[in-house]
Design a protein around this ligand. Structure first.
Ligand code: FAD
Length: 296
């Protein structure tokens, strides 16, 4: 049973993991083909990449198509599935090919494993990131290049420009201190006081998903299961209730200070230091004390 692997980028770790997963399915006797999509310097266009990949699949009819569990791997394979009218399973940790195929895959951001059956051929799946070790780098010469479709309908959604992040100073992932705000901050303007405290401490500002959903901060500031995982010396949670999905991103913090007027908030169960109070009073008061101590 031939296996086809979609490689996003030859050197990228998740693509190498997809190749290792594909090899484990192909075994010693079955052929393994690896393809990457090229588009001559034009921007990435998911439908154009998927169109090209779908044609390769229709020609070769592999038993399974394996893609990396990256955003792009999932996006391209979802487009392929729609084009070929096939089901797709994302973030798989194992698969037994057959009719139906049986997969185990990560759900809910990795908090549970689901066993599922997939009816359809070929089986389309992406590999859960870091569920399998890359077993040595595949020589780029062994990866076949296929040109992306240039049909105008496939280019309606494409990357037209790249704008570097406006984040100045220390990055969230590397910061020694993170001052993070939740819904309790109340507005985008409410983050000015948190930015000031972060700047005094040489840290970075983070936030909860309630904040990014409200559009108060960009997604790049989000901490948690579906955001950045942080590991500062001190994490200051202001107006954050302490949902498990938020705390999933804070596990690496050495100390956690929580500021919340609700003494029953679950964040306090994980906190090393607790201030039961209004962040709009407490955060400026901490900044004022730091300035006073520094004589500035
Ligand atoms: C699949 C999935 C993935 C998710 N991923 C993430 C993720 O990556 N990151 C994430 O954060 N969430 C994530 N969530 C959402 C998560 O479940 C919570 O909904 C979210 O974290 C709540 O954000 P919050 O604590 O800011 O808001 P709330 O839960 O509404 O809490 C607001 C808190 O502010 C306090 N407050 C109010 N006024 C003040 C004040 N003046 N001063 C101080 N405190 C005040 C309140 O007492 C309350 O405790 C995910 C959810 C799902 C289902």
């Amino acid at each position: 049973m031939a296996i086809l692997v979609f490689v996003e980028d030859a050197g990228d770790e998740l693509s190498q993991q997809a190749i290792a997963f594909g090899r484990s399915l192909a075994g010693d006797s079955d052929p393994l083909d690896a393809v990457r999509i090229t588009n001559d310097g034009a921007g990435y266009a998911p439908a154009a990449w998927a169109h090209a990949l779908a044609e390769v699949i229709s020609e070769r009819r592999p038993a399974a198509v394996v893609a990396p569990g990256s955003e792009r791997g999932n996006e391209v394979l979802a487009h392929v599935a729609a084009r070929l009218d096939l089901p797709m399973a994302a973030h798989c940790t194992s698969v037994a090919l057959g009719d139906p195929a049986e997969v185990v895959r990560l759900r809910w951001g990795g908090s549970l494993l689901e066993e599922a059956r997939i009816h359809g051929s070929p089986v389309l799946l992406t590999v859960a990131p870091h569920a399998i070790a890359a077993d040595g780098v595949l020589d780029p010469a062994e990866i076949e290049s296929v040109a992306a479709s240039e049909e105008p309908a496939d280019l309606l959604v494409r990357v037209s420009e790249r704008v570097p992040s406006a984040v100045a100073g220390v990055s969230l992932a590397d910061a020694e201190v993170v001052v993070s705000g939740g819904r309790g901050v109340g507005s985008a303007e409410g983050f000015v006081a948190l930015e000031e405290l972060a700047s005094l401490l040489g840290g970075a500002v983070g936030c909860s998903r309630a904040v990014t959903s409200a559009g108060w901060r960009p997604h790049s500031d989000q901490v948690g299961q579906t955001g950045t995982k942080v590991s500062p010396e001190l994490y200051i949670a202001c107006g954050i209730s302490g949902a498990t999905q938020h705390l999933a991103g804070v596990k690496g913090a050495k100390k956690l200070l929580a500021i919340n007027p609700d003494g029953e908030a679950s964040i306090f169960a994980s906190a090393d230091y607790a201030v039961i109070g209004d962040l709009h009073e407490v955060v400026p008061a901490i900044s004022a004390e730091i300035r006073k101590a520094r004589g500035s």
